[in-house]
Design a protein around this ligand. Structure first.
Ligand code: SF4
Length: 449
């Protein structure tokens, strides 16, 4: 939820709070928890600056551009409202925030619900109204009603040289499997049709708890991604896995996908295809093994859709490294791919590496990368023409339905567009036949089951 500039200076006396949420889905989940707690305590939520008594800005600090955006958002909230609490990843670097905006009321790091609430209590006491304390069981969500992010852990045990998330969010801390499944159940009961499983490192789930055994619904479960996926698969909702680091035990998820328990979709950030660059990134460098595993997975589960992200122009990346990456891309034939030109992050170990790649070369490589991938994506989407797919309706417009199949995660992948006016609602599942394809999206017509 973002809030728009206020139009006049009147302030109401009610305890009303605005929230500006920036950053990744993990930050969105933090924002949802803050909003839920505010409602539990009887605060009213305000969607513009004018009526808010205080504004919380949930920041992102992942790359320098995100830091600038976050500092800008804090400045705007201060100018428009004046009473601002800062939280989120940039909040972990309080000195950066204080230097730019010394007048903020309080600063906390990410995933710090208790500290945020303490700052709110200090500057705007809770109203204690039992009627306003009534909130829906599923909490307050920032995503549309029919899909929801489900955060299963916080932090990360890896130390990729380009990333400062472990220093911002700490080492891996997993939520108990019973608590995660309870939340998933509540979300599905409230109308959620798709659960998007997120964390910094989804496949590491439970490692910090030594995969502690637990019971849920009378059934024994380990705090492990395979047990979690299997249990989530019993819920009447799509389950989509994001940020799956390529550990060997990810192999165990593929049969669950083949059997229809979870969506045959894996979001697996691979970052590069050159062993030399992967080593400099401090990532697993066995590229050949990754290719072998992809083909084994596809043999086991032919519908599997793979999404990944890559970084080009990492310090020391040579033309030969980049060619190796393109070769990897042509062999892997991934379905959905994001590509970023390397951008230095303050505090990242990679900043000390020699041989930075000039900006023009980074950009040129990014364009060459995207040209190769666009061709692969076009071919893969064209191969879907004539297929029948189940799609989940995201939006109903006057002249078309906007939907997604199992192959498309919301906000980052493509869409399935169904031209025409139809009696249908967002959140419905329908069967369609694919009639046309583009670079990223598909077109379809409804069919009878
Ligand atoms: S695995 Fe992800 S979150 Fe963890 S250090 Fe690497 S890039 Fe950062």
């Amino acid at each position: 939820m973002n809030i728009s500039p206020r139009s006049h200076s009147t302030r109401t006396v009610a305890a009303r709070i605005g929230l500006v949420s920036l950053g990744c889905p993990k930050a969105t989940v933090d924002s949802e928890r803050i909003l839920t707690q505010l409602r539990v305590e009887g605060y009213a939520l305000q969607t513009d600056y004018v009526g808010a008594d205080l504004v919380i800005v949930n920041t992102c600090g992942f790359i320098d551009a995100a830091v600038e955006e976050s500092l800008g958002a804090i400045g705007e909230a201060l100018a428009e409202n004046g009473r601002v609490v800062v939280t989120g990843c940039l909040g972990a670097r309080a000195e950066v925030v204080r230097q730019a905006h010394p007048e903020v009321l309080a600063i906390t790091g990410p995933h710090a619900l208790d500290e945020v609430m303490a700052a709110v209590h200090a500057h705007l006491p809770a109203p204690h109204d039992p009627f306003t304390s009534l909130i829906p069981d599923q909490g307050v969500k920032l995503t549309p009603r029919h899909y929801a992010y489900l955060k299963i852990s916080e932090g990360c045990n890896h130390r990729c040289s380009f990333c400062i998330i472990p220093s911002l969010r700490g080492d891996l801390v997993s939520r108990g499997i019973g608590e995660v499944l309870d939340e998933a159940g509540r979300l599905v009961e409230s109308g959620v049709r798709e659960l998007l499983i997120i964390s910094q490192d989804t496949s590491a789930y439970g490692l910090d708890l030594r995969h502690r055994p637990d019971f849920w619904g009378g059934r024994p479960l380990r705090t492990h991604i395979t047990d979690l996926a299997r249990a989530l698969g019993d819920l009447p909702a799509w389950v989509r896995m994001h940020y799956v680091y390529p550990y060997p035990h990810v192999d165990e998820l593929i049969p669950l996908m083949r059997d229809g328990l979870i969506l045959p979709y894996l979001d697996m950030p691979l970052q590069h295809g050159s062993e030399r660059v992967l080593k400099a990134m401090r990532r697993p460098a066995a590229t050949e093994k990754v290719l072998e595993r992809l083909s084994r997975w596809r043999a086991q589960c032919p519908e599997l859709v793979l999404r990944s992200t890559f970084i080009v122009g990492f310090p020391g990346e040579t033309e030969a490294d980049f060619e190796r990456l393109l070769e990897f891309l042509r062999e892997a034939r991934l379905d959905r791919v994001g590509c970023f030109a390397y951008s230095a992050v303050s505090g990242a170990a990679a900043n000390a590496l020699a041989d930075p790649v000039p900006e023009t070369i980074k950009e040129e490589r990014r364009e060459r990368f995207m040209t190769v991938q666009a061709q692969i994506s076009r071919e893969k989407l064209a191969a879907r023409i004539g297929q029948r797919l189940t799609v989940l309706v995201d939006a109903v417009e006057d002249e078309a339905i906007i939907a997604r199949s199992y192959a498309d995660a919301p906000e980052i992948d493509g869409e399935v567009i169904i031209p025409g006016a139809w009696e249908i609602d967002a959140g419905d599942f329908i069967e369609v036949e694919i009639t046309d394809s583009g670079d990223h999206d598909l077109w379809a017509q409804p069919v009878d089951d």
